[in-house]
Structures are given as C-alpha cells and as structure tokens.
Design a protein around this ligand. Structure first.
Ligand code: PGA
Length: 261
C-alpha cells in the first residue's frame, strides 16, 4: 500500500482518562440512540471499564436492538471462569443493560475445533451485516484484539499464541498461582478493519509508546495498531499520558489532532 493510500486517524486528547472514557461512552450511547439496531464490536481489559460503567450509569439508551461481537477470548477458559472475557462482559456490561443475551457474541475458546469456531465467528459477523462501530484498546506492544506483533494486516479470526508481555500484563486477572492460557481466539486485523467505524481508547503512560508507533511509526506488522491507518474512519481517544510520545506539532500540521477538555 502506498503512503498516499493511508489515512490519518482523528486524535482527541483529553486531560484525564476519565474524560477520554466518558467521551467514548458518549459516542457509543449516541450511536445506539440514533441507530437502535447497531452492531458493536467490544473490547475487554482495564481500559474500557470506565466506558462500560459510564454507559450503565447514564442508562438512557436501550440496548434491545443492539448486537455485540467481542474481539477475543482465551482458549481453554470456560465462560464462567472469572478471568474469561465472557465473565468480564457479563459483570461489567451485559448484566446491567437490556441487551438480549442471544445478541451478544464472544469467540468460543472452549470449542473442540478452534479453527471451525474461528470461521463460524467470521461468518456470524458477516451474516449480521458487519460491525458498525468497533471499540479497541491497545496493548503495550501495539496489539489490537490479541493480534500480537507480526500479525498480518489482513488476518482473520484465528487462534494466536500470546506474547510473554501480554501474558504478564493480564496475569492480574487470574487467581494467584494460576498461569494464564498461552493462546487465544481473536478477530484478525483484517476482521477489525472490516468494521465501518473504529474508536480506539488509550489511557496511561504505559501506552504512550504504542500510540506513537501506531500513529506516527511505519505501517507494518511490527505494530499491529499501525494497520488502523489503512482505515478511513478511525478516531483515537487518549489522555495526555498516552499521548505524551506523539509529535503533536507534526500532527497539527495535518489537522488530525484535537485537544479536548
Ligand atoms: P488493557 O489492555 O486495557 O488491559 O491495558 C488493552 C489491550 O491489550 O488491548
């Protein structure tokens, strides 16, 4: 792909993680209000917690017509394991809004045939008309979903091996002494890029390097999130700490950065 074919994600920088998260929650709530049959792509991890909390607390939009596809799930964890993303989603969002359980989808990390489950997930997304709005976090190593560095930008849903840094970062979610799974089922980067619109939320200094690499480094598989510059409708919401390594002067010259409240 030529440099001229790349896009410039809009970047919105907020004074705090709270403000950035609330802004993302507003985007989602507004979308559900204006298009009740929206299909959302959802993320887990520490970053979106406040987004979901805000959505629940505001509670003005009905989720009855909404369909949700989560990015990923560990292979080998049952949906009731406390560290599973299925459990996270129920606890932090699905149990608190009026979404229909049959319209919430998470990759099946317990499938006997994981490759078949991956293909079925792709098919279900496509049969549902695709994802309208995809929420993403970003890993310290630039991953999106569980697409670790080296993942092809046209990859599809599949089982992936997690890097040690991802395993270490997520160890906090597991009971003391329990080793996190070594693999996960994740939407591919190509699957993510198939969404009509993408919102990435990055907060905290630990994400600063990954955010700078994604937005201003080379677009290649070394930084999975750099693939977002292949998509025409991406907005990056971050707090000042996560934006600290961006070359703001260079971004201002392109008109893509907006310092918000
Ligand atoms: P985190 O993870 O929100 O827990 O930092 C983000 C990610 O890995 O995508």
């Amino acid at each position: 792909m030529n440099a001229k074919d790349l896009h410039r994600p809009a970047i919105r920088i907020f004074r705090s993680a709270e403000l950035a998260s609330e802004a993302v929650a507003n985007v989602i709530a507004e979308r559900i209000r204006s298009v009740p049959a929206t299909t959302l792509g959802l993320a887990t991890g520490a970053t979106p917690r406040l987004v979901y909390k805000t959505l629940i607390e505001r509670g003005r939009a009905s989720w009855r017509g909404v369909r949700c596809f989560n990015l990923d799930e560990y292979v080998g964890l049952t949906p009731d394991h406390p560290a599973s993303f299925a459990c996270y989603m129920r606890d932090l969002l699905f149990n608190h809004v009026d979404v229909e359980p049959g319209r919430t989808h998470i990759p099946d990390g317990m499938a006997v045939d994981i490759d078949k489950a991956a293909k079925a997930y792709e098919q279900l997304i496509s049969d549902s008309g695709g994802i309208d709005l995809q929420l993403l976090g970003i890993g310290r190593n630039g991953h999106i979903g569980f697409n670790e560095p080296g993942s092809a930008h046209d990859s599809r849903t599949r089982e992936v091996r997690l890097t040690q840094s991802t395993i270490d970062a997520n160890r906090r979610d597991f009971p003391e002494g329990q080793e996190p799974p070594a693999t996960a089922l994740t939407m591919g980067i190509g699957t993510i890029l198939g969404s009509r619109e993408i919102v990435l939320l990055a907060t905290g200094a630990a994400k600063a390097e990954a955010v700078a690499a994604a937005l201003q480094g080379p677009v290649n598989p070394d930084c999975p999130a750099s693939a977002l510059r292949r998509h025409a409708a991406v907005t990056v919401f971050c707090d000042q700490a996560a934006a600290a390594r961006l070359d703001i002067e260079q971004l201002k010259g392109t008109g893509s950065v907006h310092a918000a409240a």
